[in-house]
Unconditional design. Structure first.
Length: 169
């Protein structure tokens, strides 16, 4: 009888430990987000690469940001959204210029920063409110903002008679 009680207690303890570990494991939502985020990075970098270096100052009209400024704006927002979800201060520093090499490095690093911010989050953490939104809402916001501005840069490419890279899903 004592043996049976000991086995049952061990089983209950093991089950509780497994349940606690399960609750702390990275989120399925986070893994799905990161799959699409990696695709978004690949396409955004390809769009940035497609514009010749000499055209990074191109603006369709005077009120618009230049192509280089658009790509840097994507990077700034990536850092801002992902810092907020981490409760950190954004490490973004406005570049001195918007040349191709500077901006491409900046945007690539901004995607990596977000990947690091998201990769180990649990479902519980995605549901935490940080400022005006939940962490999950920040991931949705950063993806939407990035896609909006990347779409604008694809129009810039078309205006220069450059076919934008194809989207891969």
């Amino acid at each position: 009888m004592k043996l049976l009680a000991a086995v049952l207690m061990c089983a209950a303890f093991a089950g509780a430990t497994f349940a606690a570990d399960e609750a702390k494991s990275p989120s399925k939502y986070g893994a799905e987000f990161l799959k699409h985020w990696a695709n978004a990075k690949e396409l955004t970098v390809a769009v940035a690469e497609a514009m010749p270096a000499g055209d990074y100052g191109f603006k369709p009209n005077p009120e618009e940001m230049s192509f280089g400024e658009q790509i840097a704006h994507i990077a700034a927002a990536n850092y801002s959204y992902c810092a907020r979800m981490s409760g950190a201060k954004s490490p973004f520093a406005k570049p001195a210029n918007y040349d191709k090499a500077t901006v491409m490095k900046l945007v690539g690093e901004s995607f990596d920063y977000c990947t690091e911010a998201v990769k180990n989050l649990t479902d519980e953490q995605f549901n935490e409110t940080k400022g005006p939104m939940t962490v999950r809402e920040y991931t949705e916001g950063v993806m939407m903002h990035m896609a909006h501005h990347r779409g604008q840069t694809e129009v810039y490419l078309r205006l220069k008679n450059i076919k934008p890279p194809a989207y891969k899903f």
